[in-house]
Design a protein around this ligand. Sequence first.
Ligand code: KG4
Ligand code: ZN
Length: 342
Amino acid sequence: MTDLNPARILGIESSCDETAAAIIENGSNLLAGSVATQIDLHKKYGGVFPEVASRQHILSIYPIIEETLQKAHLSWDEIDAIAVTRGPGLAGSLVVGMNAAKGIALARNLPLVGVNHLEGHIYSSWIRPDAADRFTPPKFPVMALLVSGGHTELNLMKGHLNYQRLGATLDDAAGEAFDKVARLIGLPYPGGPSIETAAIEGNPSAFNFPRARLEGGWDFSFSGLKTAVLRTVKQLEADAVEFPVADLAASFQEAVVDALYTKTIAAAKEFGVREIVVAGGVSANKALRAAFMGQGDFPVHIPPLYHCTDNAAMIAAAGYYRFAHGHIDSLDVDVLPTWPLR
Ligand code: KG4
Ligand code: ZN
């Protein structure tokens, strides 16, 4: 529950390869959501092809928004504000969502709320999951681990919209490391789910890959790990040995999970938080979820799988808190956000 004013927010997300819309009531209740994924379009390129992504967003954006309103059985008069991803993301993709949001805001005379994509991921833990009969949102102060394709960060949140960035990756993001290592060991895009599946049959102790501890701070680094996998792969090739793909995947995954988990728990203790939030595409990883759920020191919030990767419900949820706190943007808002947004 929240003591803020009630409101229904329509969220729009188009920062990468998903075109999505969703309607959230009071920052928590998901009334409807639709996602058009482009994964199959980009698979043959081994990653997201930006121009193809923008064009597909143009085709999908209005049908997805209309479908969402219909699913919720709502008319525009019953929507209080439009929230839209400002970035970070692919510029050409962001512009499609932003222009759709601006057009609707202008035509329907609705307030426009720009949401940082990373903030959106964090707020996915404030959405009541479909299957939950009991749901309590995270209690501040919160330690938020954000692990996506482009970012890996630890943020201390002392209240809504209040972020103190304690640390971030010095090189590759966790998701990026999954994607690059998947390619190295011959697994398809997107790398995270491919590695997770391959790792099921593998031995996580088969290879002793490094964990960059970076003592004395809260930053992360994954490039050394990626290079260690590359070196191992080259050695296996030189020895003409068949790739133990499952073992490589499991050992790599174990090293990433260990680095993320260990630092987050240490930061949570150091800063005396009440609860932990884990968010972003990599939070879909079952080994990472198991590590956090297996400890008893802190209550941990990780969204259901369908809200870990990109979606618009998270944008609508964060948009609600922005709207309810009076953060409304003008129609000339850009798609070049700073983080955290003020
Ligand atoms: O948050 P997200 O959907 O998009 C960005 O904001 O970047 O995250 C995408 C990233 C990709 O790098 C993808 O490989 C990774 O999340 N990912 C996973 C899993 N599912 C998605 N990584 C590990 N295990 C997964 N199950
Ligand atoms: Zn994302």
